[in-house]
Design a protein around this ligand. Sequence first.
Ligand code: AMP
Ligand code: TRP
Length: 324
Amino acid sequence: MSRILTGIQSSGKPHLGNILGAILPAIQMSAQSGNESFLFIADLHSLTTIKDPAVLQENTRAVAAAWLACGLDTSRVTFYRQSQVAAYHTELTWYLSCLTPYPMLANAHSFKDKSDRLADVNAGLFTYPVLMAADIILYDAHYVPVGKDQKQHLEMTRDMAEAFNRAYGETFVVPEGVIDERIMVIPGIDGQKMSKSYGNYIDIFQPEKELQKVVKKVISDSTPLEAPKDPTNDVTFKLYSLIAPAADVETMRQNYLAGGYGYGHAKQALFEALKTRFAKERELFDYYYHQNPAALEQKLQEGEEKARAIAAQKMNEVRGKLRF
Ligand code: AMP
Ligand code: TRP
């Protein structure tokens, strides 16, 4: 049996890009029989950039509610907040830090990138990959599905696991990253990659009126209503084709090519399709995030108990190796 593990930062409410690009594929993978899955919210990592505890807590709740709303089955997946297993994660981080050469961290792409970009360059940003390695090897994960940007972090994780095994004897599984190159970049309302930091995202959990407002802002060219339109480069059409049934997409394509069909019509169809495609998810998100936060909390606490038991056992083994 393989163990699959992945973490998601709680840096904001998940948007359509996160849902189609990360959440739904991970849920599908966890639903395959024979795999044991661990999915956690990396709220300790989020502390590197978010300092306000209320903001962090709300983001964590929103991320957790979104995963449950998208169909995460907690009877099959160990689902937890990293901060609730913090003692083990951070203890292992220290042991790994003492085996990690300084230049390996100093040369990490994501550290260099963040230290150029951010005003607050704290030590947490620097040791970020060590905590990430601890997150993974603490649970003896075999496979770690991540985005391309995390590839180097996975290589560093493997180095740290191997370094520990060399120094203290076989202890950790050396994990493999699973990078799905097929996952496409979901465009935002301005046509660039959908991203929280570009402010171009669609939040599918918003109330209908606000959702409709955002959809109306999707970029389009100035082809007049009567004229035929090219569907291939149009953002409304692209988004529609990602979520609507194939037959409806074909109808919209024909409408574009025929003319007499305006971008306003297409945007209204996109809005309707979002509501239909994500009706169940919108309802469940509302339940966990707004109506019944206690149910959300309970699900997380159940997962945290399972995670702690596994982590405790592994750390006993680790301390034994260290003769502590
Ligand atoms: P981020 O919000 O950038 O931390 O990304 C969280 C996850 O969502 C990562 O696995 C990303 O690869 C994925 N993701 C974020 N934005 C998009 C997008 N526009 N299209 C596809 N996947 C995305
Ligand atoms: N660094 C990852 C990201 O930003 C989040 C993360 C933290 C993670 N710990 C992890 C991902 C462990 C996979 C496994 O996306």
